[in-house]
Structure formats: C-alpha cells, structure tokens
Design a protein around this ligand. Structure first.
Ligand SMILES: [Zn+2]
Length: 96
C-alpha cells in the first residue's frame, strides 16, 4: 500500500517510551493540494487519530452545515498527541 503523500511534520512530541508522536497535514489530491485534516500518529505504537478541518455544525434553523476550522483541528490534534506522549511506553521500532 503506497504511503499517502503528506507535508512536513507540524509538531513532534517525544513519548515517555522514547518514540515520537508526529502531527502532519493530510492533503487532498487537488491542485494545489490543500490540507483537509491534521493527523497525529505515534511512531512507537499503532495509535493514530485524524482530526478533520471540517466540522459539521447544526444550524439554529435546522439542518447542518460544514464549517472550516483548521486551527481547532490542530488544537485537538496537539492535545491528543500530548496526552498520548505522556502515556505511551512503546519503544520506537518498526512493526515486522
Ligand atoms: Zn504510542
């Protein structure tokens, strides 16, 4: 399975086990590519979480709408990465 092309790491958190949790932007295939989500992924264990830049908002008059909130996604991703970094004791190694 080919790797999805992603941009450079936005942030990197060192876990207590010595691995890292990297935040990267997930890019769509449009030209030019635009980030649609922020991905937090641990290099020491399979834990990862994707935070969409698009949020489904319920409207007062009923119905729902998608709103673009990249900063909120980054904030949630950083919080997840930090929380995982504090508890993950996996050693950084490739899974055979
Ligand atoms: Zn981990």
């Amino acid at each position: 399975m080919p790797e999805t092309k992603i941009g450079g790491a936005i942030a990197r958190y060192l876990t207590v086990g010595g691995a890292t949790v990297d935040l990267t932007s997930r890019l769509n295939v449009m030209t030019p590519p635009e980030p649609f989500a922020t991905l937090a992924a641990c290099s020491g264990c399979p834990a990862s979480q994707e935070f969409s830049h698009w949020r489904l908002m319920w409207q007062l008059e009923g119905g729902q709408d998608e709103e673009h909130h990249p900063a909120a996604a980054d904030k949630d991703a950083r919080a997840w990465a930090q929380a995982h970094a504090e508890i993950c004791r996996a050693m950084p190694r490739a899974i055979a």
